[in-house]
Design a protein around this ligand. Structure first.
Ligand code: NAD
Ligand code: IPM
Ligand code: MN
Length: 354
């Protein structure tokens, strides 16, 4: 089995290193994983002027899955758009047709007090946000800045979804719900946007094949509020690329920290890119304090979905629960005044707990 490891920028290399160490530690029980590292994002731009160098794409194509850190940084924000780090990630998602982005927000009992919300609101939460990842306003054409008829400069993007794009993510949502509490909430802005009224209509149509699953619809503004008011009302939340981006960062705070949320981005053949949902955290990069658990949990998802190693995935998840139960905390999940550990120490603890 072969994994392409793309650490990226900022805290990316620090957190990816811990996930790689965890995967290597598993080789003791016969798991043979070959890993090849390659630059992406700002690191790709530095290496060869391209956030997704051709050689990196080749490494990814020859692998069974990608373990991805994070990309971006203020030093790259003034580059022309095609050279910007984020394009490396967006192109990877598009190239491999990774349309289904699973972002599970699970509250570990030991961390129910780390959330900024009341313990009873978040305790026991197990929510799956399913974000469509290869369409919507992120990829719609045309886009740009133009001179309009009044002679004024105007910026524009295009929100769009084809029927087949909505159908496949709706199927993915209903099938995911079947393995869970059998409830899907589709989030849209059908009261204002044509694209998302169409989304609602198509999701409703696909639902006719899933009589065992309960479907509800919610406007995105209300959904943002309900996630804070009573998140446990949700089982699977399915939504478009842009709303899913925003709602998943919001949901991460229910679990205690954005440093806890892993993700899997899958295509129809279960080839996947696995990454924490957070970014390169320039404010803490290079300090060795970032929480590596979202990345380590992403490696567990990689084993589960792309390598078919369910037992080993569960072993990693159990090890994470164990270190949390032992009281180990990086700064983002620590109670004020309590002892914290660094990125590497957290990695060490997970490996010891395996
Ligand atoms: P961010 O997620 O990088 O950081 C937001 C806040 O969360 C920061 O205070 C940061 O320190 C904290 N944080 C994030 N991950 C953490 C971790 N593992 N442990 C502890 N704290 C953590 O979002 P941002 O600041 O808006 O973006 C920074 C850069 O990252 C931008 O260039 C952006 O484009 C990029 N970005 C990349 C990805 C990705 O690679 N998938 C995702 C989001 C943002
Ligand atoms: C994420 C990030 C990306 C997104 C950016 C970096 C392109 O925010 O993975 O959530 O918007 O999808
Ligand atoms: Mn995001």
């Amino acid at each position: 089995m072969k994994i392409a490891v793309l650490p990226g920028d900022g805290i990316g290399p620090e957190i990816t290193e811990q996930a790689v160490r965890v995967l290597k530690a598993l080789s003791t029980d016969g798991l043979r994983i070959e890993m090849e590292q390659a630059p992406v994002g700002g690191a790709g731009y530095e290496a060869s002027g391209d956030p997704l160098p051709e050689a990196t794409l080749k490494v990814a194509e020859q692998a069974d899955a990608i373990l991805f850190g994070s990309v971006g940084g203020p030093q790259y924000d003034t580059l022309p758009r095609p050279q910007r780090p984020e394009q490396g990630l967006l192109r990877l998602r598009k190239h491999f047709d990774l349309f289904a982005n699973l972002r599970p927000a699970v509250v570990y009992p030991e961390l129910a007090h780390a959330s900024t919300l009341k313990h009873e609101v978040v305790a026991g939460l197990d929510l799956l946000i399913l974000r469509e990842l290869t369409s919507d306003i992120y990829f719609g054409q045309p886009r740009g800045v133009r001179i309009n008829e009044a002679g004024e400069r105007e910026g524009f993007d295009t929100m769009r979804y084809t029927e087949s794009e909505i159908r496949r993510i709706a199927h993915a949502a209903f099938q995911a719900a079947r393995k869970r509490a059998k409830r899907v909430c589709s989030v849209d802005k059908a009261n204002v946007l044509e694209t998302t009224q169409f989304w609602r209509d198509v999701v409703t149509d696909v639902h006719r094949e899933y009589a065992d699953i309960e479907l509800s619809h919610m406007y995105v503004d209300n959904a943002a509020m309900q996630l804070i008011r009573n998140p446990k009302q949700f089982d699977v939340m399915v939504t478009g690329n842009m709303f899913g981006d925003i709602l998943s960062d919001e949901a991460s705070m229910l679990t205690g920290s954005i440093g806890m949320l892993p993700s899997a981005s899958l295509n129809a053949k279960n080839y996947g890119l696995y990454e924490p949902i957070h970014g390169s955290a320039p404010d803490i990069a290079g300090k060795g304090v970032a929480n590596p658990l979202a990345t380590i949990l992403s490696a567990a998802m990689l084993l589960r979905y792309s390598l078919n190693q369910e037992a080993t995935a569960q072993r990693i998840e159990a090890a994470v629960r164990k270190v949390l139960a032992q009281g180990l905390r990086t700064a983002d999940i620590a109670e004020p005044g309590k002892r914290t550990v660094g990125t590497r120490e957290m990695g060490d603890a997970v490996i010891a707990a395996l």
